[in-house]
Design a protein around this ligand. Sequence first.
Ligand code: UD1
Length: 397
Amino acid sequence: MKHLLVAGARPNFMKVAPIMEAFRVREQKQVLLVHTGQHYDEEMSDNFFADLQIPKPNLNLEVGSGSHSQQTARVMTAFEAVCNEHRPDWVIVVGDVNSTLACALAAKKLGIHVAHVEAGLRSRDRSMPEEINRLCTDAISDLLFTTDEMASENLRREGVSEERICFVGNTMIDTLLRNIDKALSMPLPTELEVREYAVLTLHRPSNVDSKPKLTALFEALIDISRSIPIVFPVHPRTRHNLQQFGIEDTCGDSRIKLIGPLSYLPFIGLTARSLLVLTDSGGVQEETTVLGIPCITMRPNTERPITCTMGTNILVGSEPERIRAAVLAALNAPPRKNKMPDKWDGNAAMRIVDVLLSEPGALNEHTQKNILAKKRNGDAASQIVEGVLNEHSVSSR
Ligand code: UD1
């Protein structure tokens, strides 16, 4: 049984880290980690591997940047060759970036089983490249691992059969819980002279690629920085546009501190000690939910509504007035005790790996029959596999 796990861009790395670790714990040695090279520099990639102690990828496809079609096509071509050479039983893709879709497509066309981690998230906004990647990846994947029941329900509504859906929890939160102590021991960026601050992240094309929109956003943010200093680790796409549109210079006199992209531990350390977060990222909405930090999301929608219903997240779009009002409200509100979404408990990756190791080919025929019988009885997948593995001593734990 051979598994091939794919990572391509920054938000993938924290999701593959606990899966690699779970494979190691289960003593599954036939696992290859493939880095597509969608993100390639130290700040966007290498530092995350170091921080999260992810083993060096077995293969790097080095596709680099390009238009969506160029990037997707390059990943597909290179990954098809990898699949032909290594003939994995399963390809595991995570998240919603171009590499996710490209590898799922290439594998599926070769008849290889595909598992999608973080399936079923829907913003219902098809102008987002990530939404297209999510819809297409889910449509062709054999196993769909979801982070919450809303995501499972989205899939059911799209007609996905129950056997393909598996609610396991959130691998990004596995990584957060595993690393939070270390992150809190990291020093704050040296440029930071204050102890009370907001964190800003901004990189969605819909916010940063239009000059009028980015200019209006920064006018509001500069105004907000009079109430609270803002630390802004700048994504390369955003840095490029801030320079191009002449906005970067306007931040000079404000209390917005522009710094380079941070790797995982310093970013989580910075966020966990902030008063609030302003963002358009997906993962940050989940991390702030668990950290209990107010999160103001500068998007009209979210594919992660559970962070609003159970967590600290509110959606404000990109209207300057709404952003300002939300910041003031968050600064004046008493801290709120948020509930933790079900199965965001640090064990999602272990559940995923246990399910994968129970799929046809991993265990003998008798064990398979056992699993299917128990599945029919409606047991949770993790309990089934736990029991079966114990019964047959397949792995020594
Ligand atoms: C991608 C993902 C997005 C994710 C984001 C996190 C897609 C469609 N989008 O968007 O979902 O939230 O990553 O960062 O897959 N660049 C560098 N160094 C790098 C990588 C990129 O400087 O290591 C620059 C390049 O100029 C590139 C630009 O950033 O053109 C954008 O990178 P790209 O991977 O195309 O998309 P992101 O905006 O990062």
